[in-house]
Every structure is written in C-alpha cells, then in structure tokens.
Write a protein that binds this ligand. Structure first.
Ligand code: MN
Length: 207
C-alpha cells in the first residue's frame, strides 16, 4: 500500500517543505472515511478535492472549486494519491518546491460512497455523500476519458436539499483554523500579497 505514495514523495523534498511525508494508514474499516478540500494558491489557484480510500487520499485538482449548483460541472483532474495526514495541512509550501504556495483546509469532514467505492472508482463514476462544514449531501465524480493519474473527471452536485445557486467558493475562511489565505501565509513565512490574490473570485463564469 505504501507504493501508492511513490509519486507523492518523488515530487517533494521533505527537508524543504513541512508537508507530511506520510505513510499509508491502516485505519480500521469501521472508521468513518475523511474528505478534505484544500484551497491551494500555487502557480494557479485551485482546490484539491481529496477522498480517503484504501489508506490514502485519492485526489483531484479542481481549478474552479466545487459548485453547489447541479447545472454546473466542474473539471477535476486526478492527481497523485496523498497521505491521509495531508488532510490537516493548512500552511505554506516553500517557493521553488512542488506546489509552492499557500494551502488552506477550505472544507473537511467525512464521506460515504453511495455504491461500492472500489468498483465506482474503477468504472469512473463515483456517487458519494459528504458531511462537511461547507459541502454536504450527494455528489458525483464522473470520469470523462481514460483511467489513471491526470485523468479528467467532472465534479457535480446532485439535486437535493443542499443544492443552491449560492457561490460556495465565496466563503474564503479555513474550515479548520478560520484563517484567511493571507493570515495562513503570514503565519508560515509565505507570500501574503499573493495569498490575498486568492480573494479574486474566479467562478463567475460557468464550468
Ligand atoms: Mn494542489
């Protein structure tokens, strides 16, 4: 299972970054599965959507972040699995390191697959329920092309009680620390001015 983090480790210099080196966890299966959405001001602002599965965090980079509007499909590019303890990383990756920039725990909580998760991930259509601070209820991730890292998926909210046209990415505080991107940057020696740029809303256009 540790082999699943090979790509994650290969991209990072753990002497320079305070991101966790991580190990594949051996959580008991009856434990609830965690999810996290990290707002990441790297070379481009994006949201990293991560679902705990089989000992690691299966991860997608969502350029525009999640939408609560079921009519909006957000591009989600699958990236390398991350270690489970990455879910609490609310800090700064040093510049000139992989993904250098400020990282916020924008939302977190637990998730439940609505069908067999292993099979759904394999088939490329994962229906799931989120129990987060900002994101709740039913969602789907649908793969649009070939499987594997860098595969393209769409993240879509199902029609239910928490579906709305409200732009959830206008909520800009950490669900973990209540800090802004700028204060996370300031507390960790990051680029405060650049972190402030993350306040510019990118989500006024569709998809
Ligand atoms: Mn990222």
């Amino acid at each position: 299972m540790a082999g699943k983090l090979t790509d994650y480790r290969a991209k990072r210099n753990f002497v320079a970054t305070s991101e966790p080196k991580g190990k594949a966890s051996s959580r008991k299966s009856e434990k609830k599965l965690i999810f996290v959405v990290q707002k990441h001001q790297a070379s481009h602002l994006h949201y990293d959507f991560r679902l705990e599965w089989d000992g690691t965090l299966v991860s997608w980079a969502v350029p525009k972040g999640p939408s609560l509007n079921p009519a909006v499909k957000r591009l989600a590019m699958q990236v390398e699995d991350h270690p489970s303890n990455y879910a609490s990383f609310d800090g700064v990756i040093p510049q000139r390191n992989y993904g250098g920039g400020t990282v916020m725990v924008w939302d977190y909580g637990t998730w439940e697959p609505e069908n067999d998760a292993a099979d759904s991930l394999e088939r490329g259509e994962l229906k799931f329920t989120l129990h987060g601070k900002k994101l709740r209820d039913s969602w789907v991730l649908v793969r649009t092309g070939k499987a594997g890292t860098r595969s393209k998926w769409l993240l879509i909210k199902h029609r239910d009680d928490s579906a709305t046209e409200e732009e959830i990415t206008e909520k800009t505080k950490s669900a973990l620390s209540r800090r802004s991107m700028a204060s996370i940057a300031a507390a960790n020696g990051g680029d405060v001015e650049r972190a402030r740029e993350s306040l510019i809303f990118l989500n006024t256009s569709a998809a």
